[in-house]
Design a protein around this ligand. Structure first.
Ligand code: ADP
Ligand code: MG
Length: 223
């Protein structure tokens, strides 16, 4: 009886995957597609996103949409944003990611700490210490099994955003998006200890889904 119980407890650890990219790269579209495709394979999978659905995530969304501003109507600065995103991330891991992965499930997140490194460092105005400081804020955030960057040029992404037709948010200015596209292309050099693939995000939605699945399936099937 004891042996059986122990045997049942030895479950395969789940997987944690992250999609990243500039605004309009297609991460939200692809996370939903991947979740559906993996579920069709009979896998336990859930999708999530950052800012998360938790309490700190709700506050960040109000900053991004311009609902929360400083006196004088300015948006909070990059360092405040880095702290909010890092707090949201640890809450997100504890509440939604780690328990599911520990139970053998697959979690796919639309953005994670690479977004903090990218967005807050690009908007830091060239502060030399920004990247190291943001990295240290995220030191205790669980590492993904794989981060996939959807590499899409800022012009194509802007076209996709305008087709999506939502109000522009805090970071959606073209200069910021151009700098983000470069940062994301070089992401492996900014996160050298993580497993990161920069993938061509041009092409149809179906083509991109197939490209990402070709990366994820071997990792899912590995023991
Ligand atoms: N591969 C693609 N080709 C053409 N349009 C796309 C592609 N991927 C996404 N889109 C469209 O572009 C818009 C932005 O996609 P979305 O997934 O919201 O981007 P993100 O979440 O990265 O900002 C949406 O209207 C979506 O339908
Ligand atoms: Mg999105």
């Amino acid at each position: 009886m004891d042996v059986v119980e122990r045997g049942q407890r030895v479950k395969k650890r789940g997987r944690f995957f992250v999609l990243e990219g500039i605004d309009g790269a297609g991460t939200t579209t692809q996370v939903a597609r991947l979740r559906d495709r993996l579920a069709q394979h009979g896998l336990s999978v859930r999708s999530t996103c950052e800012p998360s659905q938790g309490p700190v995530g709700a506050m960040i969304r109000q900053v991004l949409s311009g609902r929360i501003v400083l006196p004088g109507r300015q948006a909070p600065g990059w360092a405040t944003m880095a702290l909010l995103f890092a707090a949201d991330r640890l809450d997100h891991v504890d509440a939604e990611i780690a328990p599911y992965v520990a139970d053998g499930g697959i979690v796919i997140s639309d953005r994670y700490d690479a977004s903090s490194l990218a967005y807050q460092s690009v908007t830091s105005g060239g502060d030399d210490g920004a990247i190291d400081w943001i990295r240290s804020l995220n030191r205790y955030a669980m590492r993904p099994d794989l981060t996939v960057v959807l590499d899409v040029g800022s012009e194509r992404a802007a076209e996709r955003r305008s087709a999506r037709g939502q109000a522009a948010e805090l970071y959606e200015r073209n200069e910021v998006q151009q700098a983000l596209a470069i940062f994301y292309r070089n992401l492996p050099s900014h996160m050298p200890t993580d497993r990161i693939v920069v993938l061509d995000g041009a092409g149809s939605i179906d083509e991109v889904t197939e490209r990402i699945l070709a990366l994820l399936m071997p990792l899912i099937e590995a023991p």
